[in-house]
Write a protein that binds this ligand. Structure first.
Ligand code: PLP
Length: 435
């Protein structure tokens, strides 16, 4: 028995900000991981159905990544972008090719926030405008500009922003005025909303930033083709499309390597931002985009830690493993099976309104039984009950009533079935306690 965790919690509360979200009444201190499992300071083992926070893309403690990181750290940890760096050039080459963007350039950052911040900076520099379109219920980060374009009100605590943001519909689909529409009708309604928004501007919008599948927003995907339809309108106005792939990149959605590929008819985005999974937990983020846009900064710029050799070595080893083992295909197959299992579980439970997902990005909406009202308290209880059974999951959505499931992409069929069973028990316990 380890008695350190409560005091670590108290020390955490005393020194870290009140808004730094912590899961669980008795927060977990994780000490190590292997494959799809992690262990806490008390020696308990958990199946990690949240992949860190979609950061452990391949597996915990993947030997290939550990080896690449320690070998690079043994040579040199940091040099800065003032010098040539082989691992940075190599990873940039691979990402440029994978992006699907012709003549692409890559700039590395240390987080998703900074990647989006940079993309917004580049788009506004390129278009000489500070108006941005974003989606309702979106999440893009924590900085001044990214909070400014975040539509999810529980993550957008300030309306102070250097940008004028206009929020377009296309995120939440199953509630409100857009519920019950067919895919075609839904896309037409969203395009009409976009056209309306553009009428309100003086023609100076720089870019639309959007997550192909909203992550923090509850793993909600619009119908395929929405962004292709948006693209047609944007192109007419010369507005750039920034695809925020911080959660959806690298094959997580199963059918596609990038989320934008479900909306590909009118070509790739102008800028694509990435982070989270590429470093398997090492802080790698970045923006890849058309040379003409990426090169629009007229002043010099630098990132002290972006592209740091140790993180680039992690990214290269992780990406190689992902591609060589076809983890995108695994996400499609095992994710499909997991969604099926969870739908079967949900059929017997009033508290579950919907199980939806793409690949290994699965959302489970909880409602007060017999109503359409989101039930965040139930989600909190399910998280606790799942933890007691050795399963870690995430939550999100506009009100926190969506369970979020995003395991490492190497999840096995046996682990998917085990996790579905544990989640079924946790859902039953929570429903029993609340109803
Ligand atoms: N964009 C999306 C879609 C995200 O989900 C997140 C983080 O959850 C971010 C940006 C911000 O990334 P970071 O937390 O690495 O700054």
């Amino acid at each position: 028995m380890n008695h350190d965790s409560p005091s670590l919690h108290a020390r955490h509360q005393a020194v870290l900000p009140s808004w730094l979200a912590l899961y669980y009444e008795r927060p977990l201190e994780l000490t190590h991981g292997e494959g799809r499992h992690v262990w806490d300071a008390e020696g308990n083992r958990y199946l990690d159905f949240f992949g860190g926070i979609l950061t452990t893309m391949t597996a915990h403690a993947l030997p290939e990544v550990t080896k690449a990181v320690s070998e690079q750290a043994g040579r040199i940890i940091h040099t800065s972008t003032l010098y040539l760096s082989r691992p940075m050039v190599e990873l940039a080459e691979r990402i440029a090719t994978l992006s699907g963007i012709p003549d692409a350039r890559v700039f590395f950052t240390t987080s998703g926030t900074e990647a989006n911040d940079t993309a917004i900076l580049l788009a506004t520099a390129h278009r000489r405008s500070n108006q941005i379109l974003a989606m309702r219920n979106s999440y893009h980060g924590r900085s001044f500009s990214t909070v400014g374009v975040t539509g999810n009100s529980s993550w957008s605590p300030t309306s102070l922003s250097p940008f004028q943001t206009l929020y377009v519909h296309g995120g939440v689909r199953t509630r409100g005025p857009y519920a019950g529409l067919s895919d075609g009708e839904y896309i037409a309604a969203c395009v009409a909303d976009l056209e309306d928004m553009l009428q309100q501007t003086a023609g100076g919008v720089a870019a639309l930033i959007a997550e192909p599948v909203q992550g923090v927003g509850g793993f909600t995907a619009p119908p395929d083709g929405l962004y292709a339809a948006f693209r047609e309108v944007l192109d007419r106005h010369g507005i750039l499309w920034i695809s925020d792939e911080v959660q959806t990149g690298w094959g997580r959605t199963g059918d596609h390597f990038w989320g934008w590929q479900a909306h590909a008819e009118n070509g790739p985005p102008d800028l694509l931002t990435f982070a989270k999974g590429i470093g398997n937990g090492m802080s790698v983020g970045g923006v890849v985009g058309r040379a003409e846009v990426i090169n629009s900064l007229s002043a010099n710029s630098i990132s002290t830690f972006g592209g740091s050799p140790v993180t680039m070595a992690a990214g290269l080893a992780n990406l190689s493993y992902l591609l060589e083992h076809d983890l995108q295909g695994n996400a499609r197959r095992v994710g499909g099976l997991l969604i099926e299992r969870l739908r079967a579980v949900a059929a017997g439970l009033d508290v579950v309104r919907e199980v939806r997902g793409r690949g290994l990005m699965i959302g489970v909406d909880l409602v007060r039984p017999g109503t359409d009202e989101p039930w965040p308290e139930a989600a909190a209880l399910v998280l606790e009950a799942a933890r007691e059974r050795g399963l870690l999951i995430g939550k999100g959505g506009q009100t926190g009533a969506t369970l979020r499931i995003a395991p490492p992409l190497s999840l096995t069929v046996a682990e998917a079935e085990e996790g579905a069973g544990l989640l079924a028990e946790a859902l039953q316990v929570a429903q029993g306690q609340l109803v």
